[in-house]
Design a protein around this ligand. Sequence first.
Ligand SMILES: [Zn+2]
Length: 107
Amino acid sequence: MAGRSGVISANYPAENAAANPASSYEIAPRDLFRIMREIRAAKFELLGIYHSHPAGDNFPSPRDIERAFYADAAYFILAPQPDAPKSVRAFSICDGKVTELEIQALD
Ligand SMILES: [Zn+2]
């Protein structure tokens, strides 16, 4: 997800290329390069990266924390279960430190 000044205005879907997509996520390098080019061409910044936890709590897993390579991006985690207390949460993950972020929806 990308935009300007902390406001996300564009979404770039990518396929989950992980060997076991039910429990981890990975953007294929080819998709990642294409998306980064598109973000630069639009003069946007990379602001967020999202994935879902289909079966679990939407808090970053140890693997999510270990592989959070973009310190400036917000990591959104979706919980599609109907009884999830919060279906969308966002976190800053920097040097292994996880901080939940506030999400505001703008019109
Ligand atoms: Zn995860």
